[in-house]
Design a binder for this molecule. Structure first.
Ligand SMILES: [Fe+2]
Length: 210
């Protein structure tokens, strides 16, 4: 039987230095954690392949069930971190106005770019650990702010992630106290790479047109 091989490599985010309000030490620690997800994905892919080769498939096999479920957690943890780091850059960009495509789309879905941001930040202040993600529904172009608790739970099957904010405590607790998440969210907004975010919206629009 053909063995699956480790196929994922941790991406480099060397541009993430001297962010506003987020220290290099904080980012380095977070990137190390991300690299751990990539390692876990590769190891689980390998282990599941070996399990198939050695024991065959049985749904009642505890290792098969746990490994299969865990793969979704590790894989989404890897991808969400890649989206998070790649929508940041030192100093960020000016927030898009409603004259630009992304700003216009936000205004259409939320009334105004300000209202979108208020809602996104309010969701960022929800109790618990998780992610705040601006999604686009490719079916109709609607933009939605969504809370995701665990990486693999509650991710809408078809929506495209446009902007991803990590609000697990490991994302900010080197720089801020647990009770200072709002300060971290403010810092996050100061470093958003809006051109990267805008390009995700364009990619989603191309898929919709196809
Ligand atoms: Fe994280």
């Amino acid at each position: 039987m053909k063995k699956d091989t480790a196929t994922y490599t941790a991406k480099s985010f060397d541009h993430l230095r001297s962010l506003t309000g987020l220290s290099d030490a904080q980012i380095t620690e977070h990137l190390d954690l991300y690299a751990g997800y990539v390692k876990q994905v590769n190891s689980l892919v390998q282990e599941l392949a070996e399990m198939r080769a050695e024991r065959g498939d049985a749904g009642k096999d505890f290792s098969l069930a746990e490994g299969t479920r865990r793969l979704a957690y590790e894989y989404d943890g890897m991808v969400l971190h890649e989206l998070y780091f790649s929508n940041l850059k030192p100093g960020g960009d000016a927030r898009p106005s409603d004259k630009q495509p992304l700003g216009r789309a936000l205004a259409e879905s939320f009334g105004s770019v300000d209202h979108w941001q208020e809602n996104f930040q309010a969701i960022g202040g929800m109790r618990g650990i998780g992610w705040v993600i601006l999604y686009e529904d490719p079916l109709n172009g609607r933009l939605i702010n969504q809370w995701i608790t665990l990486h693999q739970d509650g991710i809408p099957a078809r929506w495209n992630p446009i902007l991803v904010m990590d609000v697990w405590e490991h994302a900010f607790m080197r720089d801020y106290k647990a009770s200072e998440r709002a300060k971290y969210v403010d810092a996050f907004f100061k470093n958003i790479d809006w051109s990267a975010v805008e390009s995700r919206l364009r990619e989603a629009a191309v898929v919709r047109a196809a």
